[in-house]
Design a protein around this ligand. Sequence first.
Ligand code: ARG
Length: 465
Amino acid sequence: MSQNDSTSTLWGGRFSEATDAFVQRFTASVDFDKRLYNHDITGSIAHATMLERVGVLSHDEKESIIQGLTEIGRQIDEGQFQWSVALEDVHMNIESALTAKIGIAGKKLHTGRSRNDQVATDVRLYLRDEIDVIAKELTRLQQGIVDLAQREADTIMPGFTHLQTAQPVTFGHHLMAWYEMLSRDYSRLIDCRRRMNQCPLGAAALAGTTYPIDREQTAHHLGFSQPTRNSLDSVSDRDFAIEFCSFAAILLTHLSRASEELILWTSSQFNFINLPDRFCTGSSIMPQKKNPDVPELVRGKTGRVNGHLIALLTLMKSQPLAYNKDNQEDKEPLFDAVDTVRDCLRAFADMIPAIEPKREVMREAAKRGFATATDLADYLVRRGTPFRDAHEIVGKAVGYGVKTGKDLSEMSLPELQQFGGSIEEDVFKVLTLEGSVSARNHIGGTAPDQVRRAVSVAKLELADR
Ligand code: ARG
């Protein structure tokens, strides 16, 4: 590269030698940060508008900047823009194109601004828009879960601890557990949005600027709640991206748990649900196979999002104030976390309403595992047996059931009575699956009435978003 080339970069004045070609490629970010072009243009228009208001730009200069930027935006939309790695990043590509287009006024746009506050603003604007899309998609998923839970409020399935049959629960109740996890994710997302919604513009390189800028105005123009309060912090911290990735990692962790259950339930061993063919694929060698690829992939993608969270935490760790080039590395993990969350939510929101539960199979499974053993113990306690003794008596009855292949509800009264305690004919009311679930009729319990109650609370919650 000749000396002329080096002085043609935006900082050419200070340099007497061209950037090494590899270094140029190594330090460039345009290949991935061009994704920010719309937000970069929006931020620049707000900055130019403010510069005119405070008298730094003339009306005509401002107008031609806005017009030029708008045209550049259109060119990029249409794929007509020439990106140049020599111009390093999205900011300098657009600024150079602007100057080429409108001349001197273009060179004035960067007055009172630095790429440091510019990029901090762009990433926030980008993430804020993405958060709004993600919030809607998360709500659509939760809506689907609530509707399915309403349909399945009376459906009985085994509840598990240690993946061993524990007590009968309703399928609706199980689904509403997912809903609760996702509600907390939603509130984490909204919290993240609220905290990051401050405008860094005006922090300039690190210390602020000597021009008579109006930070309130740019913040307001861009829909931020206020300007950031410390210029060093503004250009430096990427905690908002970390926070988003932390939301994303927890969300994906939740989705991976639901995925795992869907995968188990579609197996021929469980056979609790059917997933329509459009969410599955076959095997190239085993003709009988129908694989639950969508939940498997969501489960797998949890790994990459967790990785992005660790990448950003590590990127930020020990960075001295204020801006460091390290921060250019925030974008790829953040972008990929956003894309992954959007795809996984879309897949799940489409898939949940399509689940076809096999109610009889679920019910039979609940019957097989002595799921009402606790109910029998509670029955004995109500009739005067101390809990520990009741536990022992029921343990023996279960042992007998294992040997004889009978569920508790299938034993005769004399069979049940041989293990001790006082047992009467009314015991069969608690030994039925329906009796067991409907007895757990309190806030947060598995009774069908409680599921319907939780569903109506959830519907109000969703309508309020
Ligand atoms: N591409 C850079 C980034 O993403 C923009 C800011 C560069 N600032 C600087 N002083 N080199 O962080």
